[in-house]
Design a binder for this molecule. Structure first.
Ligand code: KG4
Ligand code: ZN
Length: 352
């Protein structure tokens, strides 16, 4: 075995699809050597949501300091070379190429390609959602497969059957708003600020989840989800009952979302014979969802893995993990590959 082989082969990944500038170095064995996230929440909070123009500019300002921190943390020089014996060998540079905000994606993709060229390494474009899918495997390498991943982010809500790393099938998803989008919209309506998920959760902690019986949309409608009607129900209820306490609205809304996600995840797990259930995506940072999903899985005899909050929200370690799988199965991406804001998530991938 060569010296370099003994140090481990690693990928440097860049994530910039929305409002987090993130970079990480992760080995082939999914050991996270460094993971740096520079959040822009403070920058966008006063506007009540992400301002794409500001996000792109902030990524441009932050990529170099974030890169230096990620390389140093992994024992690599600013040229991507090992600084000491235990440091890894970089084998590729990856970036999220979609979906996301085009201006934000372009910064990360262009930066990663330039680094790949200057380091003399291949480039790998990664689907952001595929990254979220592998977050659990980074923290629990012994996750019992097949697993049902309930992927709940700001833009997507998907029920994915993962047979093995790189082999998965979408079983269901939302027909309208994503779960995170519903949290963000309801929070804005209630005047709770941005980002909506954590604000709803904070307000809900002082409220009664049974105060208002909001609908559980499409509960018995197979593996299809819908959150738009629930959001409208909240708006109607508050308009008709202006005296209602906001924490009770937040808690009742949150409980309706959690009930739907837990119910549908269990149904999807049964449909694909999953041995375990995992959460992924920003909404998976929600405490009642984490606790109730784990309890429901345990009651069914299923394993349940809930990633750390840092691994649920956007980060580059999960992008690096997905990049290792893509590099092994598809090889490097062409440098002509662009940023694709509407990049679809394949319904099915049968090859690792
Ligand atoms: O995965 P993510 O960081 O970015 C996307 O890929 O979209 O997810 C962001 C979403 C936002 O809608 C945010 O409100 C939601 O995750 N979120 C939460 C919580 N923390 C973040 N939703 C509910 N409860 C939370 N604690
Ligand atoms: Zn995300």
């Amino acid at each position: 075995m060569s010296d370099l082989g003994a140090r481990g082969r690693a990928i440097l990944a860049v994530e910039s699809s929305c409002d987090e500038t993130a970079m990480a170095v992760v080995t082939e064995e999914r050991v996270v050597l460094s993971s740096v996230v520079s959040s822009q929440i403070d920058l966008h909070a006063r506007y009540g949501g992400v301002v794409p123009e500001l996000a792109g500019r902030a990524h441009v300002e932050r990529v170099v300091p974030v890169l230096h921190e990620a390389l140093e943390g992994a024992g690599l020089s600013h040229r991507g070379l090992p600084l000491h014996d235990g440091a890894p060998e970089l084998v590729a540079v990856a970036a999220t190429c979609g979906p996301g905000l085009v201006g934000s994606l372009l910064v990360g993709v262009s930066f990663a390609k330039s680094l790949a060229l200057s380091f003399g390494l291949p480039y790998v474009g990664v689907n952001h959602l595929e990254g979220h899918l592998y977050a659990s495997l980074l923290e629990d390498p012994n996750l019992a497969l097949p697993a049902l991943v309930c992927l709940v982010s700001g833009g997507h809500t998907l029920l994915v059957a993962m047979q093995a790393p790189g082999i998965y099938r979408i079983l269901g998803g939302t027909v309208d708003d994503a779960a995170g989008e519903a949290f963000d919209k309801v929070a804005r309506f209630l005047g709770l600020g941005y980002p909506g998920g954590p604000e709803i959760e904070r307000s809900a902690s002082a409220g009664d989840p049974r105060a208002i019986a909001f609908p559980r949309p499409m509960l018995d409608d197979g593996l299809t989800l819908s959150f738009s009607g629930l959001k409208t129900a909240v708006v109607h209820h508050v308009r008709h009952h202006p005296e209602i306490a906001t924490p009770d609205v937040a808690a009742s809304f949150q409980q309706a979302v959690v009930d739907v996600l837990v119910h549908k995840s269990l149904a999807a797990a049964a449909a694909c014979g999953a041995r375990s259930l995992c959460l992924a995506g920003g909404v998976a940072a929600n405490t009642p969802l984490r606790e109730q999903m784990a309890a429901a899985a345990a009651a069914r005899g299923l394993g349940c893995f809930v990633p750390s909050r840092a691994m649920c929200t956007d980060n580059a370690a999960m992008i690096a993990a997905a990049a290792h799988i893509r590099l092994a199965s598809d090889g490097p991406s062409p440098l002509s590959q662009g940023a694709e804001p509407n990049l679809a998530f394949p319904e099915e991938r049968l090859a690792g």
